[in-house]
Each structure stands twice: as C-alpha cells, then as structure tokens.
Design a protein around this ligand. Structure first.
Ligand SMILES: [Zn+2]
Length: 60
C-alpha cells in the first residue's frame, strides 16, 4: 500500500506572472475573466492580463 501525503497549503501563494512567493500582506489581487488571480504587484497583473487577453499559444 502506498500512502500519499497531500499537503495542500492554501496559504502558499505565488505570483501567477513571475512565480515569486507572496505573503498575505503583499498580495495584489485582480479579477480576470471572473476569476481572482494573485500577483506580487500591479505590473505583473498587467502582464498576465495582457497575455491572457491575447489568447494564446503557450509559446513564449
Ligand atoms: Zn510578480
């Protein structure tokens, strides 16, 4: 038998644009397409939103 340990840490948030860790005090939240996304700053939110709107391939 295999025991899988699932550690779901809801408080472990990362900036969805640059991947930096976010602390609760420093989270920039923006709603995009009806869903909340978390970023470290407004610049990352802007970039993420721009990419999101372009629609797009996963290519960089
Ligand atoms: Zn960021």
């Amino acid at each position: 038998m295999v025991n899988l340990r699932l550690n779901l840490k809801q408080d472990e948030l990362k900036c969805e644009n640059c991947g930096v860790k976010l602390s609760e005090d420093e989270i920039y939240v923006r709603e995009i397409n009806g869903k909340e996304h978390y970023f470290c700053c407004s610049h990352c939110a802007d970039k993420y939103e721009a990419r999101f709107k372009e629609g797009v391939s996963s290519c960089c």
